[in-house]
Design a protein. Structure first.
Length: 657
């Protein structure tokens, strides 16, 4: 071809056809010859975004015998390995998703079976690039020539991003000098094959790694996702949109995820499940996965969460949705599995198996499982039962939960509404502290069952943090908390009595008490507050009682839910279900009816007026200008569900006629 083009150019000169043909031949040479080194920062494009032509090409050329078709960067890995000599090298930088998740399992197998990894650096998010390039990255060098020397790993993703590059230079210098460094790991490549799916988990000890090679959760339980409705607005309802009497008959509670929450809760929604026209059961385009698991008792967690796995009990007679993973077991170990799922050891292993925000059913099934002795299993079951009952009762005061009963303003006593709010919050803090103490005991028992070495345990706690329920306490807080416990388990009493005793300087206590004003705001519940300040919840409970501070945002939320429940009750009692905001002949205004309702439920006139201070504005102004919008936002629990309040504001215009 080259000779023909040269002859043709000699006869005709530099024509367009001659030039383009010569370019094509050069391009063909570049693609077919072999190279010493291939270096790439390939495009990161998921297969769903390929487009028809690229998709056909990748499916035809990069799916067999190993699947490199899930992301364009995976196809580039294969191509780079193809174009190097037998003693060549490949250097790549791209996202680390291939290290863990199942869809890249063949990529890992190809690397470990066909190539040798000589150096691997796990940078982490914003690690090696400028902050404008917001990407999680790994970089590595592959060699075609088989070698028996171990893989050199540098782990940086646990280091603060601003210090990560210097940490890399330091670790790399030590690696070159053949000296030890805490961020450097050496591992024979074959050991990456021990854990099912061959994830690149290189930093754990051999003893810890061997635990993955024994019984797994999939051997003792079933994990799966549920149905997809195809139309949430048509088939999904909040429980308050139907009569509660129909729950568990025509309508079934459906678990669909929600915020980070352990043990019980996030049961807000329901769907019709009968022979009716609008029943999800008869929806022709719904995907009804794993129907054998519907209505069975189990536990569930969100498939996607930035804070990790948080498992809660799934009662019988519930439906399950595709945004959650549900776990079932017929071996009598459900509560033990639930406890394990909420332990810091499980969180650590989950992060090892899938370091992304999406933890899947397949990941859960790969987690190693060790059956506890009957003695430990009995203690764990008691602790889990207590945690579930505590959370269930607390959620009976939250209007969005299906087990809602009544507002704390009615359930708790006090001379003023502020006193009632404080009485409730002190009670809630005490109960949640009990849950966190129980979790600390569960963590200890799980460590005991799994027989981790001291070094392995230190590694887990360095990554996940120690149980806040095991942190030191002040003597007065410990004594006060023990004195108010009712019929505690022996294990709970012993755990609290054995806590290290410490003293806190006045400035530290002052700062924590000042922080109570923001307690309960978004991502700042009691557990988060304790983690942020690294303080045992017993101390926080004690100081909160001393501070006598009502967090304004939480008080306003309690007042809003009280009004919503009261107004709903009034609407149900009303003849036509419509109440005017302003007085009409023969029909009282909403504020008048609301005041009567409060007085009938034990409020004094003064306490009714105190709603103003909880809401932060006069109640009449609040009802007319703020209530409906705030209620709608408060009940908007999911991004992709419509805002459907159970109280509607009907208006004829800006003057609210």
């Amino acid at each position: 071809l080259q000779k023909a083009v040269a002859q043709n150019t000699a006869r005709q000169g530099q024509t367009f056809l001659n030039n383009k043909t010569r370019d094509a031949i050069t391009f063909l040479q570049l693609l077919t010859q072999k190279y010493d080194v291939a270096v790439a920062n390939p495009p990161y494009t998921d297969s769903a975004d390929f487009g028809p032509e690229l998709k056909r090409f990748v499916e035809a050329n990069y799916k067999q015998p190993y699947k490199f078709n899930t992301n364009l960067y995976a196809a580039f890995i294969k191509r780079c390995c193809e174009i190097i000599e037998e003693n060549g090298k490949v250097a790549m930088v791209h996202p680390p998703t291939f290290m863990y998740i199942k869809t890249f399992e063949d990529v890992r197998k190809y690397m470990l079976e066909k190539m040798h990894i000589s150096l691997f650096v796990e940078w982490g998010y914003l690690g090696m690039f400028h902050q404008s390039a917001r990407v999680d990255a790994a970089m590595y060098i592959l060699e075609k020539e088989p070698k028996d020397i171990p893989v050199q790993f540098i782990k940086l993703n646990h280091i603060y991003e601003g210090k990560r590059y210097n940490a890399f230079v330091e670790a790399y210098d030590k690696l070159i000098a053949n000296r030890q460094h805490p961020n450097n790991y050496t591992l024979p490549q074959e050991k990456l094959k021990i854990i099912e799916g061959w994830p690149f988990i290189y930093w754990i000890s051999d003893g810890f790694r061997e635990k993955f090679n024994k019984i797994k959760i999939k051997d003792v339980a079933k994990s799966g996702i549920g149905l997809s409705t195809s139309d949430n607005e048509k088939y999904i309802r909040y429980w308050w949109e139907i009569e509660k009497v129909f729950l568990n008959s025509q309508w079934k509670i459906i678990a669909k995820g929600g915020k980070f929450n352990k043990w019980y809760g996030n049961l807000w929604l329901c769907s019709q499940w009968d022979e009716g026209k609008f029943s999800l059961k008869n929806n022709p385009i719904a995907t009804l996965r794993n129907q054998a698991y519907y209505f069975k008792k189990g536990y569930f967690f969100n498939r996607a969460s930035t804070k990790g796995v948080s498992s809660k009990i799934l009662p019988e007679n519930c439906l399950i949705e595709s945004s959650i993973v549900t776990v079932y077991s017929d071996e009598g170990n459900l509560f033990n599995l639930l406890a394990y799922s909420n332990s810091i050891l499980f969180q650590y292993i989950a992060n090892c198996l899938n370091a992304t925000v999406s933890f899947q059913a397949g990941d859960n099934e790969r987690v190693p499982y060790i059956k506890p002795s009957s003695t430990i299993a009995n203690v764990i079951e008691l602790l889990v039962t207590i945690n579930i009952e505590i959370k269930k009762y607390i959620f009976s005061f939250f209007i969005n939960e299906t087990n809602f009963n009544q507002s704390p303003l009615l359930a708790f006593q006090g001379a003023t509404l502020k006193d009632r709010v404080l009485a409730y919050l002190n009670y809630e803090n005490a109960q949640l502290t009990q849950v966190l103490i129980n979790e600390a005991i569960i963590n200890e028992l799980v460590f005991e069952v799994y027989e981790l070495s001291d070094a392995d345990r230190e590694q887990v706690e360095a990554k996940m943090g120690k149980s806040i329920g095991s942190l030191p306490v002040s003597t007065e807080a410990k004594d006060a908390f023990l004195s108010q416990l009712e019929n505690p388990l022996t294990e709970v009493t012993e755990h609290i009595q054995n806590l290290s005793v410490t003293t806190f300087d006045e400035q530290q206590v002052k700062e924590i008490k000042e922080g109570f004003a923001t307690l309960y705001q978004s991502n700042n519940d009691l557990e988060e507050f304790c983690i942020r300040h690294q303080v045992n919840p017993i101390n926080v409970w004690y100081w909160f009682k001393e501070a006598n501070i009502v967090p304004q945002a939480r008080a306003a939320e309690i007042a809003l839910e009280f009004l919503a429940d009261s107004i709903r009750t009034l609407l149900q009692q009303d003849e036509d279900g419509i109440i005017p905001l302003v007085g009409l002949p023969g029909e009282e205004a909403l504020s008048q009816r609301l005041e009567k309702h409060c007085l009938q439920n034990g409020f004094t006139s003064a306490q009714y007026m105190q709603l103003d201070s909880l809401l932060g504005r006069p109640i009449n102004e609040y009802l007319e200008h703020h209530f409906f919008n705030q209620l709608s936002n408060h009940l908007n629990l999911f991004m992709y569900l419509p805002k459907t309040p159970f109280i509607w504001h009907l208006s004829s215009g800006q003057h609210q006629g």
